[in-house]
Each structure stands twice: as structure tokens, then as C-alpha cells.
Ligand binder design. Structure first.
Ligand code: ZN
Ligand code: FE
Length: 255
């Protein structure tokens, strides 16, 4: 049995997630852009919140924590490296750490790049990875603090997870990411198919996240810097993948 996952839009284009274990009644929330949508979802389901897991320090991921804690006595988990710029933590974690939730192991991966100290929460049994602004649907976060090498390394770790892993990322940026992706990988049939699915979802106002890791590996240009067709298209045949990644990231910044 897998944990129940609820995807909630928040603010203008963020996502927050609830994970619920029906056996123990435990509920975790991953990132808190704002409290209100989380509070109403918890109320409508009759759940109380036990845990808050924070991926990184940006306000659109932590801004609602204090409000949420006024209503729910939840334990807050975040990166030890970022304790000085996160809400008060009850559990400090680092790369390679693990803890238990709802009868499952939750593994911590350092996925620095967007920020230094950004972490991902991975639940191998249910097959969920909460990646926020590291690996995103058809994209990856902008490099505000880390280097291209750090982000490439982080994306490689995520790409090595089981291909069926559900990637729960932080924003609804997929359509804009798709417009860029096709300029990098114009002959990719899987990408073209995916863009059609994305556009029809957005036309009916449906979320395009979470997404499947195998779809990201097949279509996300930021994971495909070693792909011969992309390297040829960028006139970078034989270059180190990290250099190709850096070029793709730089083009996206200018796009
Ligand atoms: Zn961010
Ligand atoms: Fe964000």
C-alpha cells in the first residue's frame, strides 16, 4: 500500500503536497507557500498535520509555516545547512540521512543548485520524490546560489531513482518549460507528445505536476545533456555533459 498523495496549488504558481498514511492517521505537508489552502484541505479531509518538510529557504516554500503551526502542532524538518534561514526546525537533516514516516523510509538527498542547501525527500516504497525547485516538470530551477556543476550533480542523483518515481516539484512552470525544451530538442517525438498532453491539461486548467521520472528522463532537456541529438543540435558533440547542461541552463535564462 502506498501513502496517499494530495497535490494543492498555492499562491500564483506554487504547489504544496500532503502525504497521508491512513493506517496511522499521520499526515505530512511538503513546503508551505501559504497556510490557507493546506488548512482547508486538512479540514475537509478531517486530517491533522503531524509533519512539515521544507525543501529550501525561499519564501514561496516556507512563507506559511508560522500560520500553519498556529493551527497544527507539527514537527518541522529541514536542512541543517539552512537552519539559519529556515523556520525553527525540530529535525535537522543532511544528504544521506533517513527517517521514518507512515511505516516508510524517507531519504534525504542534497540537491543544491537552485540554492545551496536545497534538499529532496525521497520515499522509495511509495515511489515519491519531493524535488521542489531542483528537478521540475520539463525543467530545473534557476541557479540562484549554486553552480551548474552542482545542479547537474543533483539532477544526476534524481535521474538515478527508480524510473517509476513520481516527481513532485514546486511550480506550474511546465508550459513555459515546454516552449523552451522544444528549441533544444526539436526532433524528440516523446517531447512533442508530452507537449500536446501538457497543453491539453492546461487548456482544461489541470495541473501538469507531479510527473513521472521516466518521462523527465525521456523529455526534460536538463536531464539530457549527454544525448547525442541535443549535443549535435547545440554544436557540442563530445562535450562534457556538465558543459552541455550549463549551456542549456544559460539559454533558458535568456529565453
Ligand atoms: Zn525556490
Ligand atoms: Fe520556488
Amino acid at each position: 500500500m502506498t501513502l496517499e498523495l494530495v497535490t494543492l496549488p498555492a499562491l500564483s504558481d506554487n504547489y504544496t503536497y500532503l502525504l497521508h498514511d491512513s493506517e496511522s492517521g499521520q499526515t505530512a505537508c511538503i513546503d508551505v507557500p501559504e497556510a490557507e489552502p493546506i488548512l482547508s484541505e486538512l479540514a475537509s479531509r478531517g486530517w491533522s498535520l503531524n509533519e512539515i518538510w521544507l525543501t529550501h529557504h525561499h519564501h514561496d516554500h516556507i512563507g506559511g509555516v508560522d500560520d500553519l503551526l498556529k493551527h497544527h502542532d507539527a514537527k518541522v524538518t529541514g536542512a541543517k545547512a539552512d537552519r539559519h534561514r529556515l523556520p525553527r526546525l525540530n529535525r535537522e537533516v543532511a544528504d544521506g540521512d533517513a527517517f521514518e514516516f507512515g511505516g516508510e523510509v524517507v531519504e534525504i538527498l542534497d540537491v543544491s543548485g537552485h540554492t545551496v542547501g536545497h534538499i529532496a525527500f525521497v520515499l522509495p516504497k511509495s515511489g515519491y520524490a519531493f524535488t521542489a525547485d531542483s528537478l521540475m516538470a520539463l525543467g530545473c530551477g534557476r541557479l540562484f546560489e549554486g553552480t551548474a556543476a552542482q545542479m547537474w550533480n543533483s539532477l544526476q542523483k534524481l535521474a538515478a531513482l527508480d524510473p517509476s518515481t513520481i516527481i513532485c516539484s514546486g511550480h506550474e512552470y511546465t508550459q513555459a518549460n515546454a516552449r523552451f525544451a522544444i528549441t533544444i530538442d526539436p526532433e524528440n517525438i516523446d517531447l512533442k507528445d508530452r507537449i500536446e498532453r501538457i497543453n491539453s491539461k492546461r487548456d482544461s486548467n489541470e495541473p501538469t505536476v507531479p510527473s513521472k521520472l521516466s518521462d523527465e528522463v525521456a523529455t526534460n532537456p536538463f536531464l539530457r545533456a549527454a544525448d547525442p541529438a541535443i549535443q549535435a543540435h547545440l554544436d557540442m558533440i563530445g562535450a562534457e555533459p556538465v558543459e552541455v547542461f550549463a549551456e542549456i541552463r544559460a539559454r533558458k535564462d535568456r529565453f
